[in-house]
Ligand binder design. Structure first.
Ligand code: PAF
Length: 289
């Protein structure tokens, strides 16, 4: 891998699991705490916030950039998923990343690979309903990355709320010695959640896409003024989305901890949306209570 600029050359780029684990073992031998931010690249300010948190929480900061093929369905956007390694390494250097693990798929999934990790209940519904293999792909690759990078703490964004719940459960169930930290979604000034996929949006679609966060914020305001019926809040969001997106995948209100569906909001909850604007599938959520 050839770094693109002087800034990016400060980040050590490793391509094989053995090199990455050796780096971590050296750091651990020195008593250093390793913070880790796993990503699929195309880094934006949301990722930078995760890296900055990692910098605060660790003595050494590791980043992975790997567009994981196993978490994409056959008709999804794997081939057009944005890739910008030179730009990513420059941002990583500016954020104080020490090492970037950048493997290719053949290194992560060697011939004969057949082991997966499945978090059975939390992957049901929401994104799991229309992306049936997605969370097995995510849990498996995150498990592999934890085994390779051997971090003390790993930082994820709450925009992928179900993903974060799946990872927390996996870590608990499999006794993985990693602290999981979730950070609030970083947004544009109009409320739109940052996502690597936002760059697919035309200017007109980008304007319409802001309707997703607007709908969620309106539901949060109605919740704050006393509404506790899930059906009323879900109907509000569905109604608001009808005017801005092309297709709603789901609007769901769930227990923020267990992701069980809720009729009445009597505990911390998450209102989550997935919707298509043009060909681009976007997700977002807000916490209630
Ligand atoms: O959130 C992501 O970018 C990915 O799902 C992750 C956690 C890096 C696994 O590929």
């Amino acid at each position: 891998v050839t770094p693109a600029s002087d800034a990016s050359s400060a980040v050590r780029v490793l391509a094989t699991p053995d090199e990455m684990s050796a780096w971590s073992d050296d750091a651990r031998r020195l008593g250093q705490r390793i913070a880790f931010v796993p990503t699929m690249g195309a880094l934006h300010a949301g990722h930078v916030a995760l890296l900055e948190e990692g910098r605060r929480r660790g003595d050494r900061l590791a980043l992975s950039i790997f567009v994981n093929p196993t978490q994409f369905g056959p008709r999804e956007d794997l081939s057009r998923y944005p890739r910008d390694l030179p730009g990513d390494l420059a941002k990583a250097a500016a954020a104080g990343v020490d090492v970037a693990f950048v493997p290719v798929p053949a290194v992560m999934y060697t011939a004969g690979h057949q082991t997966t990790v499945q978090v059975h209940e939390l992957e049901q519904g929401m994104c799991g309903a229309t992306r049936p293999a997605h969370f097995v792909g995510v849990a498996t690759v995150v498990c592999k990355l934890f085994n390779i990078v051997r971090p003390h703490v790993a930082i994820f964004g709450q925009k992928d709320f179900q993903q974060l719940a799946v990872i927390r459960r996996m870590v608990q169930d499999l006794n993985m010695p990693v602290e999981i930290v979730g950070l609030p979604t970083v947004r544009e000034s109009d409320g739109m959640a940052l996502s690597s996929r936002n760059q697919f949006l035309s200017p007109a679609d980008r304007t319409r896409a802001a309707g997703i966060s607007r709908a969620l914020f309106a539901a949060r305001t109605r919740y704050a003024s006393g509404e506790r019926a899930a059906s009323a809040l879900v109907a509000d969001v569905q109604g608001a989305l009808a005017g801005s997106v092309d297709r709603v995948d789901y609007v769901d209100l769930r227990d923020a901890q267990t992701l069980q569906t809720l009729d009445l909001i009597d505990r911390p909850a998450v209102m989550a949306v997935a919707a298509f604007v043009g060909q681009t599938r976007l997700i977002d959520n807000v916490l209630l209570g």
